[in-house]
Design a protein around this ligand. Structure first.
Ligand code: B1M
Length: 210
């Protein structure tokens, strides 16, 4: 589809206003929001990811592409998230300490909100203690940690250990995810659950909150 290609192209160029316009156009053409996300925005981000890996583009280009991605996703939000769903539980979500990647986390948030969960998004570069403090403050049943770097995924073990050493042991569960994370890693660090994508993260979170 031409409009979806346009979205991908503008995203790769990091042109947020153009991405927003093309996403709006795609919606007007009746393309489902999930398709715009997968075959437009994420397709473009995939290409940037490949080029980044091959040293064909660098951090500044990836950063503007990521910004454009987040702007595009914002337009899709109302179409991906159902309105007026009753709150089914509260979840704490953040990207671990040392890690600034937030696109995956933002998608996870959106899908969770779509399932009627209240998501307390505590951002990126989140220290261990902040996950615990937020869980206490909001009486959450689930802490969700995202990491995109092999150098930061170890932070997830700190969160697991801190919860186990606290009064919340057994009361708060921990879900982990992000590109380098695997089921094996989840078992190694003693987290409660690993999910590979935003949709399964939302489904699993709902189960923990029931
Ligand atoms: Co960075 N980066 N980056 N980057 N970046 C990667 C991750 C990398 C794989 C690129 C590469 O070399 N191929 C590589 C990591 C290598 C490694 O660790 N083995 C890398 C690197 C090295 C770096 C820097 C160190 C580069 C540098 O400075 N030299 C640096 C680190 C900064 C830091 O965090 N301290 C850096 C910086 C950046 C930018 C700031 C430029 C930018 C981030 C902007 C932003 O997020 N606002 C960026 C980006 C965009 C990427 C790539 C290109 C794309 C990541 C992304 O958003 N993907 C990435 C390459 C790639 O992945 N192909 C790369 C789309 C997103 C939807 O996918 O986040 O995986 P993802 O989320 C998925 C699932 O993983 C899952 O759901 C989502 C989809 O459904 N998921 C969860 C995510 N979190 C979950 C949590 C859950 C459950 C599921 O439960 C809690």
């Amino acid at each position: 589809n031409e409009t979806l290609n346009e979205i991908s192209e503008w995203l790769q160029k990091g042109r947020a206003p153009k991405v927003k316009a093309a996403v709006t156009k795609a919606l007007e053409e009746g393309i489902p929001a999930s398709e715009i996300l997968e075959d437009g925005l994420l397709a473009g981000m995939d290409i940037i990811g490949q080029k980044f890996k091959n040293n064909e583009v660098f951090v500044p280009e990836v950063l503007v592409a990521a910004r454009a991605m987040n702007r595009g996703v914002e337009i899709l939000r109302p179409y991906l998230v159902e309105d007026g769903v009753e709150t089914k539980g509260t979840v704490i979500l953040g990207t671990v300490k040392g890690d600034m990647h937030d696109i995956g986390k933002n998608l996870v948030r959106m899908m969770m909100e779509g399932k009627g969960l209240e998501v307390i998004d505590i951002g990126v570069d989140v220290p261990t203690e902040s996950f615990l403090d937020a869980a206490r403050e909001h009486n959450a049943k689930l802490i969700c940690c995202s990491a995109l770097l092999t150098t930061t995924m170890g932070e997830m073990k700190n969160v697991v250990d801190a919860v186990k050493a606290s009064e919340m042991n057994g009361k708060v569960k921990i879900m982990i995810g992000g590109a380098p994370i695997t089921q094996t890693f989840c078992e190694q660090i003693g987290a409660d659950c690993y999910t590979p994508d935003a949709a399964s993260a939302a489904e699993a979170a709902l189960k923990f909150c029931e």
